[in-house]
Design a protein around this ligand. Structure first.
Ligand SMILES: NC(=O)c1ccc[n+]([C@@H]2O[C@H](COP(=O)([O-])OP(=O)(O)OC[C@H]3O[C@@H](n4cnc5c(N)ncnc54)[C@H](O)[C@@H]3O)[C@@H](O)[C@H]2O)c1
Length: 348
């Protein structure tokens, strides 16, 4: 790629539910030319062509790869296709933005990371929530140290969801929360324990609970479900000084920072031991102003910056790998009904 180039030419594969959101955001970015959209389904291509007449529709993935002017490929197809499509794109020397979860196995993630590194290509994973104004604001709060020592990360993502036929509810929903946790806590989990149940003949779990343990008594918990009558998207993050509630369903005050906590007194006498040793601190709550820009817009601009200027992606292949490692171990835990140690390689 010409180092003075100011435009990134891309091809997007996958025009189903999520692909059109990516196409729209890339199309609206001044530094991008969306040259191709690709799908096996002609109806979806016709729909895209009506909306973006200047973009070439194609059912032939190889055609985009053979075009020497295409710099990057964006992959928004089902999970099992991510690895073969990303591999081919990297082999053709194209930068890659791939949907979450990055691949079906951590081995596949490692192979893609190695290929991108060898060829000096950008490999980024669409962990969309990392680019949300709310999550970026929470990160500032954690980085400022005001929360104190981190105690827990507790997430609920449930609704009457679309039952998937190829992946369980953990692989469908938890990548969002795991990527947010990975970004916000910046800590290495030690073990994962998952329990889940399938309520259909498919045997695919539709409700699951995942627990991660860390050093220093930090604990994370994730509740994911396609079988809830109400939609809840909520994260609680507790620190020794402050606690945060992030409610993605509320239109106002999505992030609330509570100046609440406990102080544990050390008993000096036997009598004190039987008294209440916990003191409660209840202070103010504040709701910070959030950047309401669409997360994908910020993410697309970041990907363009990475391709044009060699910036390291915030959600690079290693971030994708860390999430897939947890998903993989969560599946192993479901199968064995035992907690699993998480591999250290590829994890922060
Ligand atoms: N980041 C997010 O918030 C978010 C949200 C939803 C979905 N996703 C991810 O996006 C990806 C796609 O999900 P979706 O819900 O849009 O799926 P979908 O089934 O609605 O769309 C997938 C599209 O890919 C096409 N396709 C499949 N294989 C292909 C191939 N080999 N070549 C060309 N086209 C092919 C299908 O015809 C279909 O149109 C998944 O990885 C999913 O996890 C991400």
């Amino acid at each position: 790629m010409d180092t003075n180039q100011q435009i990134v030419r891309i091809g997007v594969v996958g025009c189903g539910y999520w692909g059109p959101n990516l196409i729209r955001n890339f199309y609206e970015n001044n530094q991008v030319e969306v040259r191709y959209v690709c799908d096996l389904d002609l109806d979806k291509l016709v729909r895209m062509h009506k909306r973006y007449p200047s973009v070439k529709p194609t059912t032939d993935y190889e055609k985009m790869l053979k075009d020497p002017e295409v710099d990057a490929i964006v992959i928004a197809t089902p999970v099992h296709t991510h690895y073969p499509l990303a591999r081919k794109a990297l082999e053709a020397n194209k930068h890659v933005l791939v949907e979450k979860p990055m691949c079906m196995t951590s081995q596949q993630c490692r192979e893609l990371i190695a290929m991108a590194e060898e060829r000096n290509l950008v490999l980024m994973v669409d962990h969309t929530f990392v680019y949300h104004g709310a999550v970026r604001r929470i990160k500032q709060e954690i980085n400022s140290g005001k929360l104190g020592e981190l105690l827990y990360f507790d997430s609920v993502r449930i609704n009457l969801g679309l039952f998937q036929s190829d992946i369980n509810v953990i692989w469908d929903l938890a990548p969002h929360d795991l990527s947010v946790m990975d970004y916000l806590l910046d800590r290495t989990p030690l073990t994962v324990h998952a329990t889940g149940v399938s309520h259909t003949a498919s045997g695919i779990e539709d409700i699951a609970y995942i627990t991660l343990t860390f050093d220093n008594n930090l604990i994370a918990h994730f509740h994911v479900s396609w079988l809830s009558p109400v939609k809840i998207r909520q994260v609680l993050i507790g620190g020794t000084n402050q606690m945060i509630v992030y409610d993605d369903m509320t239109p106002m005050e999505k992030v609330r920072v509570y100046d609440k906590g406990i102080t544990v007194n050390n008993p000096e006498t036997e009598e004190q031991r039987y008294q209440n040793l916990i003191q409660y601190r209840v202070g103010d709550m504040f709701a910070p102003n959030l950047d309401l820009s669409e997360a994908l817009k910020i993410e697309v601009a970041h990907f363009v910056d990475c391709v044009l200027n060699g910036t390291k992606p915030l959600t690079d292949g290693y971030a994708g790998l860390r999430v897939v490692q947890i998903l993989e171990s969560a599946n192993a835990s479901l199968a064995t009904k035992q907690p699993q140690e998480l591999p250290k390689v590829g994890v922060k």
